[in-house]
Every structure is written in structure tokens, then in C-alpha cells.
Ligand binder design. Structure first.
Ligand code: HSE
Length: 442
């Protein structure tokens, strides 16, 4: 049978990786897919660079063009891979590809987290697939696991290290005892962080990814605008050190959780204390890992490279194989985009951050004098917040202030915010109180 024809929009790092993996493993891929998979057209604004890249990879006979619409308009093309990124032209081209009856493979988490509902609806109406394994955690097949492997389960929660840049920075901060700003500069110098790292360090990239996982896990629409997103820019080396002393590591986690006490789902990204003995706490450098808790299977962990040319290409090519196997199937018999049948999606609300339940790490810089601790514990007790552990830094000779570290048990965030405001107003609390959420993940 003639190979299925693929058009590639954007040939940067992942596009080149896809080209190489498809070409290197073509025999194995053909045996799996039942027919060959061939990139026959590439579109890139920098057409000279694209042509050279394709030639260097031995892509003779591949048509290289500047205009992505020429790929979409080509009746020979069955699948369009979108690797442009962002919400702008990528959205327009994906919608046009769907309208032209092409299946789409995309690594674009931002696009799906924000416009997924519109894109999946258009794809359904047209009877085409939109596959996006590469959009979450790069080479880790977490979408496949959530949509298919765990389909027997009621998913309870997901917690993931889903941004390699920030995990690299946090690992370096811990290893070298350095503050965020210093490590970021070094990460940029070494090429681990982008020149503009905003989406990574502010938690937005992780927010996009956890939004997609949440939709698939709970059968709800994608709704990034409801996610609570905090990055790592305010983290200080001192808190990483104190957390360590208390048996915890600080990780930027994307978390989504089904609540049983209220009808709602938590959807959040923030620095999180995790017990050091958990496997996920030991995921270092730019690696990614996702923990999924299902009612039948219990806890499962998925670990691997979340970025890079060939790890991400591994996911893109897996999607190409899926589409090749299924494209002649009745659309109703394919795996639904969000794992649940479209008419069975629920509108379970995403809870505002004030209603989220977590435990907390607090660091208070206080005057080292009689009664300070008791005033603080009284405020916590008045807000029904139970203390789990307290650590006080030993003061140096003659020093008049100290750090007080408190770990709490679970509490509703709104209550913690009220208590924090009261504690902050105490004259013996000398600096803004550091508060970081903590998850036991058990
Ligand atoms: N910038 C992402 C990361 C990779 O650092 O993990 C692409 O999603």
C-alpha cells in the first residue's frame, strides 16, 4: 500500500527529530502501522534553512515550501503535523487543516489548553483525528496512558513534574545552595533555559500541560483560564534547605485532583514540598515525571524526557502510527479526543484556589523573644489549622531574630490566607511570611 502522506508545518528541533526518527526506524514503523509513513512536504517561513535541513537528513523528493497553506491545500497530504507553536497562526492553520479534512498531530499544549474545545469540536464535525501525545511531557506516553491504559479507573489525582526547565533550575538550586536568579542566568548560558523563559519559570507551560491532563482524566472541557498558576521565581535557597532538613524536596508540580467533599476539581501549578522519599521527589535535572492515582490500579508513575528533538519526536511518530492504523475506521469507533465520549463530558467546576485543600510550609522571620511562638500558634488554632512540625533556627550569639518554620496539616487555602494576614500583622513578625504548599502524595 502507498505510504500515508504527511505534511510538516515547522521544521525546528522537533520537526527535524521527527524526520530522523521516521527515516531511521521506517522498517519497524511500517511493520507496526501496516503501511509506510512518509513526510512528503515541509513548510517553514525560513525556506532556505528548511531545505538545507531536509537535504542534510537525506530527504530527497520532499517538497519544501514557505507557505503552510500549500501543504493544507495539497490533496495528497493525509496528515498535517503542526510544530509552529503558540496560539496565533498555529490555531488558524490547525483549523484550516481540519476544515480541509486532514488529520492533525500537534505538540502545541498552549493551543490545546486554551482552544482545545473549539479544535476538538471542529475535528469531530469533520471526522478527523487531532493527536497530541507530544503536547504533555514530551516523550512520556502519558496521554496514551490516561486515555487508554487507565480507562478502567476512576482517576483520583495527577501530580507531575511537567516542565524540565524549572526542574533543572530547582535541582541546581538544591545542589549548589544558590538562589533562583543566579541559577536562571547559568541555565540560560548553558542553553537549558530559553532567552525568554517566562512561560517556563512562571508555571504557564506546566499549567497548559496539567489542564490537558485534567480534561482527559476527569472528562471535563479544557479550561486553562480556570487553572491557578504560580512559578518558581520567588523561591529562595533558604526554603529549599529548610525543607530538606524536614525531609522534603521542593518541586514545581502540576496537580489536578477530584474532590469528594464538594463537586469540584482542583487544577493548579505551584512550588510544592514533597516527601524526599517519594520517587517523584528524586526526579532531577530536566527530566519529567507524572504520578497518576487511579481507584483500581493505585499509584502509577511515568518518567522520562519531557523535551528535546527525538524524545518529542517519539511522541509525534506514535501519533502518526495511531492515525495510520485508525484513519479508515468509523470516527465513532476511535478513541475520543478527551478520552470520554463528547456528549458525556461533565461541567464539574474547577475550584478557586481559596477552596483548594493542602498542607503548608511556613517560614516566619520573627523577633527572638518570649511569647512569639505562642501568638503564632494561637492564630493558627483560631483558624482551625493544625500544626504538624515546628523547626526554629538556632540563633547566633546576640542575634535578635530567628527563622521559625512550621509545617501544617491539611487546611482550606482561604482559611490559611486569613491566618497569614493576622500573623503578618504581628509586630514580632519581621518580614513577609514565606508560604509554600505541601503534598504528601500518598
Ligand atoms: N519548555 C518545556 C520544558 C518543554 O522546559 O519542559 C516543552 O514543553
Amino acid at each position: 500500500m502507498k505510504p500515508i502522506q504527511v505534511g510538516l508545518l515547522g521544521i525546528g528541533t522537533v520537526g527535524s527529530g521527527t524526520f530522523k526518527v521516521l527515516s531511521r526506524n521506517q522498517q519497524e514503523i511500517r511493520r507496526r502501522a501496516g503501511r509506510g509513513i512518509e513526510i512528503s512536504m515541509v513548510a517553514d517561513l525560513d525556506v532556505d534553512r528548511a531545505r538545507k535541513a531536509v537535504n542534510d537528513m537525506g530527504g530527497t523528493g520532499v517538497q519544501v515550501v514557505a507557505d503552510a497553506r500549500a501543504v493544507i491545500a495539497n490533496p495528497e497530504i493525509d496528515i498535517v503535523i503542526e510544530l509552529i507553536g503558540g496560539y496565533g497562526i498555529a490555531r488558524t492553520l490547525v483549523m484550516e487543516a481540519i476544515a480541509a479534512g486532514k488529520h492533525v498531530v500537534t505538540a502545541n499544549k498552549a493551543l490545546l489548553a486554551v482552544h482545545g474545545t473549539e479544535i476538538f469540536a471542529a475535528a469531530r464535525a469533520k471526522g478527523v483525528m487531532v493527536a497530541f501525545e507530544a503536547a504533555v511531557a514530551g516523550g512520556i506516553p502519558i496521554i496514551k496512558a490516561l486515555r487508554e491504559g487507565l480507562t478502567a479507573n476512576r482517576i483520583e489525582w495527577i501530580a507531575g513534574i511537567i516542565n524540565g526547565t524549572t526542574n533543572f533550575i530547582l535541582s541546581e538550586m538544591r545542589d549548589k545552595g544558590l538562589d533562583f536568579g543566579v541559577v536562571l542566568k547559568e541555565a540560560q548560558r548553558l542553553g537549558y533555559a530559553e532567552a525568554d523563559p517566562t512561560f517556563d519559570i512562571e508555571g504557564v507551560d506546566a499549567g497548559h500541560k496539567v489542564t490537558i491532563m485534567s480534561a482527559i482524566a476527569f472528562g471535563i472541557p479544557v479550561q486553562f483560564d480556570k487553572a491557578h498558576v504560580e512559578g518558581i521565581t520567588k523561591l529562595q535557597a533558604a526554603d529549599i534547605r529548610y525543607a530538606e532538613q524536614l525531609g522534603y524536596r521542593i518541586k514545581l508540580l502540576g496537580i489536578t485532583k477530584r474532590r469528594h467533599d464538594v463537586d469540584g476539581i482542583e487544577l493548579r501549578v505551584h512550588p510544592t514540598l514533597v516527601p524526599a522519599k517519594r520517587l517523584i521527589a528524586n526526579v532531577e535535572g530536566a527530566m519529567n515525571a507524572v504520578v497518576v492515582q487511579g481507584d483500581a490500579v493505585g499509584t502509577t508513575l511515568y518518567y522520562g524526557k519531557g523535551a528535546g528533538a527525538e524524545p518529542t519526536a517519539s511522541a509525534v511518530v506514535a501519533d502518526l502510527v495511531d492515525i495510520t492504523r485508525l484513519h479508515t475506521a468509523d470516527p465513532d469507533h476511535r478513541v475520543p479526543h478527551l478520552a470520554f465520549q463528547p456528549d458525556a463530558l461533565h461541567d464539574t467546576p474547577i475550584l478557586p484556589i481559596e477552596q483548594v485543600i493542602t498542607s503548608f510550609y511556613l517560614r516566619l522571620q520573627v523577633a527572638d523573644q518570649t511569647g512569639v511562638l505562642s501568638k503564632i500558634t494561637t492564630i493558627l488554632a483560631e483558624h482551625d489549622i493544625s500544626i504538624d512540625a515546628v523547626l526554629q533556627r538556632e540563633s547566633a550569639e546576640g542575634e535578635k531574630q530567628t527563622d521559625l518554620i512550621i509545617l501544617t496539616h491539611d487546611t482550606v487555602e482561604g482559611r490559611m490566607r486569613q491566618a497569614l494576614a493576622k500573623m503578618q500583622a504581628l509586630p514580632t513578625v519581621l518580614a513577609p511570611i514565606v508560604n509554600i504548599r505541601k503534598e504528601e502524595l500518598n
